[in-house]
Design a binder for this molecule. Structure first.
Ligand code: NAP
Length: 169
């Protein structure tokens, strides 16, 4: 099963944050729906999931949603996984060809730290941000890794999509 990290970055390279005042760009949001629909699932951090629910988002029809939460409270209608590997095992057992990692930053960094990312889809939004969040291969040590650009395209509205392969043979 291919593990695909999907994230929006700001034009100055931060991991983009959204809020009611600064919602995600429609083109990036539509792309997320398309990627999640293609995968049939997505894995989401507990904080991002709760924020999406609070803002009235989160109607994803028949998609399999896995919420990552160490505390492990049950949430009606979704699978709660206690670790990245448990989330992936759940989707693998259901026969999915791909798992989509939808964020937020803690979730993405947890999968990076365990080497559990095969491809990355970055949508670079035409915004600049002050102090922000970062995607980190490793939270403690310096690391450097080449990735392979698979595709680069415009999604419209100034959003540019970069698609990379991570585990190059
Ligand atoms: N740029 C983008 O594409 C994008 C996408 C989504 C969200 N965001 C932004 O990201 C921010 C929210 O992200 P966040 O980093 O605060 O939270 P998050 O990643 O959505 O959720 C964090 C929670 O996930 C659980 N978790 C994380 N790592 C885990 C692990 N290894 N094992 C088990 N559970 C784990 C923990 O839940 P428990 O506390 O329940 O244990 C943790 O508190 C917001 O600013 C939002 O706007 C950006």
């Amino acid at each position: 099963m291919k593990i695909i990290l999907w994230a929006t970055l700001t034009a100055n390279g931060n991991y983009a944050q959204s809020s009611p005042e600064h919602p995600p760009k429609a083109e990036a949001q539509n792309d997320f729906v398309a990627q999640a629909t293609a995968a049939g699932n997505f894995i989401i951090g507990r904080r991002t999931f709760e924020a999406a629910q609070a803002s009235g988002g989160g109607d994803f029809g028949n998609l399999d949603i896995v919420v990552l939460s160490a505390s492990g409270k049950e949430i009606p209608g979704v699978k709660v996984a206690h670790s990245p590997r448990e989330a992936l095992d759940y989707l693998r057992e259901k026969g999915y060809a791909a798992a989509l990692l939808s964020g937020g930053a803690d979730l993405h960094n947890a999968f990076f730290a365990q080497g559990l990312v095969d491809e990355i889809i970055f949508n670079v939004a035409p915004v600049l941000e002050g102090k922000g969040l970062n995607l980190l291969l490793n939270q403690e040590h310096y690391q450097y890794k080449d990735v392979q650009l698979l595709e680069c395209k415009s999604l419209g509205g100034g959003v540019v999509q970069l698609h990379y392969a991570v585990n190059i043979a």
